[in-house]
Design a protein around this ligand. Structure first.
Ligand code: NAD
Length: 495
């Protein structure tokens, strides 16, 4: 059996005192296992990151940038190999795994511009002979804790900016699909990153708690579910660390009566069922404005769903793969049964679909006449279940979304510019799409939700990440003529 281990100071290491199975979701077999770190192994990774910090932060910016240019090239060259690793442990189809790598590349490209990003400001002659300048310095050792659903992209969201800013990192990936993180760490080193700058510890809550409690860890980036995000934010910020903890989502897509309904139905199916709904930006609620819009959309979405090909991610014909675990598959299925019991209408019941073998497959479901207060609406499902909420007006749609505790992404489909612009102004959600169902910002902007979808002040990657991973320092300097030197006990004034 293959054992996936830690990667600390350039070495794969770690005995197997505690392990967890790593499944191939398409077959249901656990052909691999991952070691789960104890506190001592995490301390070892933190010590490696701390030891690598002085030399890395002293490395010239142009030399640092070289690593990202080379890393970009390696990610492009190894795309197929990396996609195969992702699919074998996550289950998503290979084209989707390749898409994840492409989006992660944007973060590497952003980091390659670090010479610009780390510029400070300078004011000459704020008083006679006095200049002021600001610098951005690394925060130190950063912990990066990532979820199962993007095992390569989310680690790149964090590591690229953190490392570009001169920090060193301990990455703790999901124990469900841990191989991609080790693959990335090796690629960084092949690209010229010194050993110890990026370390990977495999593990569960024990590893996370050790990172959160270590005085040597200065900042924590987390992406995962809302309850864990909230507890990580509270624990790490109480310990005085800088924290950004991105949580779960319930993303609403509003369809106005004037929208191109064929295009909206295509978008809804793509965004709800792509990656089996296991995306934090997946559309999980279709908000249809007007009964006629709702009736037409439900018919069009249901038609399209019947044509979807569900199968192993390695089969080029598959459009949707299995879910991550058997337990998760069964939990997702329970929401569909529960929705019927709560009075919603199950239009397409994916739990009835049959699949050969023991893979964690589930068919796609469409549930109409859903309302707040039903479990299928109130909770994040994170699977291939799309709910339809019928509302009478634009105002009702906005009020529904603004009242939801999650606020990661949302979208509106309309042909009317004024309605789209009002939505942009009125909606209280971090990422908004106009006729774009999954508005994940490009790498030059930052990603983040509001309310229970993000705890902390900084969004992730892009410009806000430079702020998050650096501390600013302002230097005031004076070079007086020797004859100008004088004693003055007053508060220094520039006037
Ligand atoms: P998860 O919260 O179960 O796990 C995330 C990470 O936290 C993993 O590394 C895991 O090992 C660790 N962890 C789990 N339980 C813990 C605990 N009690 N204490 C400390 N650490 C713990 O999330 P997941 O199931 O891996 O990922 C899916 C979730 O992530 C969904 O809720 C999804 O919406 C969310 N997500 C959010 C974003 C975003 O940008 N907002 C992006 C991707 C995924």
């Amino acid at each position: 059996m293959t054992t996936i281990r830690h990667y600390i100071a350039g070495e794969e290491t770690g005995d197997a005192a505690r392990t967890a199975p790593v499944y191939d979701p398409a077959t249901g077999e656990a052909a691999k296992q991952v070691v789960l770190a104890d506190a001592a192994q995490v301390e070892q990774a933190i010590a490696a990151a701390k030891a690598a910090l002085p030399a890395w932060r002293a490395t010239g910016l142009v030399r640092r940038a070289d690593v990202f240019f080379r890393l970009r090239q390696l990610l492009v060259e190894r795309k197929d190999e990396l996609a195969a690793i992702i699919t074998s442990e996550h289950g998503k189809v290979l084209s989707d795994a390749a898409g994840e790598i492409s989006r992660g590349l944007e973060n590497v490209e952003f980091a390659a511009g670090l010479v610009h990003l780390l510029k400070g400001e300078h004011s000459e002659q704020v008083a006679r002979g006095v200049d002021v300048h600001s610098v951005k310095q690394p925060v130190g050792v950063v912990a990066a804790i990532t979820p199962f659903n993007f095992p390569l992209m989310v680690p790149l969201w964090m590591t690229a900016s953190a490392i570009a800013c001169g920090n060193t990192v301990v990455l703790k990936p999901s124990e469900k699909d841990p191989s991609a993180a080790v693959a990335i760490a090796k690629l960084y080193e092949e690209a010229g990153l010194p050993a110890g700058v990026l370390n990977v510890v495999q593990g569960d809550k024990v590893a996370v708690d050790t990172l959160l409690d270590s005085p040597d860890v200065r900042a924590v980036s987390f992406v995962g579910s809302t309850p864990v995000a909230r507890s990580i934010y509270e624990r790490a910020s109480a310990a005085g660390k800088r924290v950004q903890a991105l949580g779960g989502a319930k993303n609403h897509m509003v369809v106005m009566p004037d929208a191109d309904l064929e295009g909206a139905a295509d978008a809804a199916v793509s965004a709800a069922y792509g990656s089996a709904g296991e995306r934090c930006m997946a559309v999980s609620v279709l908000v249809a404005v007007g009964e006629a819009t709702a009736d037409a959309l439900v018919t069009k979405v249901a038609e399209r769903m019947r044509a979807l090909v569900i199968g192993p991610g390695t089969d080029p014909a598959s459009e949707m793969g299995p879910l991550i675990t058997r337990e998760h598959r069964d939990k997702v299925a329970s929401y569909v049964a529960g929705a019927a019991a709560e009075g919603a209408t199950v239009v397409v019941d994916g739990t009835e679909a049959e699949f050969a073998g023991d893979g964690f497959f589930l068919g796609t479901s469409l549930v109409d006449h859903v309302r707040p207060g039903m479990k299928v609406y109130d909770e994040e499902i994170f699977g291939p279940v799309l709910s339809v909420v019928r509302v009478a007006s634009y105002e009702e749609a906005v009020a529904l979304i603004n009242a939801n505790p999650f606020a990661n992404g949302t979208a509106i489909f309309t042909r009317d510019g004024r309605t789209a612009r009002s939505f942009e102004v009125d909606i209280e959600v971090g990422m908004v799409g106009v006729n774009v169902p999954i508005p994940v910002p490009i790498g030059a902007y930052s990603f983040g939700g509001w309310r229970n979808s993000l705890f902390g002040d900084s969004h992730i990657y892009g410009p806000e990440s430079v702020h998050f991973y650096t501390r600013s320092k302002v230097v005031t300097s004076r070079w007086p003529e020797p004859s100008e030197s004088q004693i003055d006990l007053g508060f220094p004034s520039n006037h």
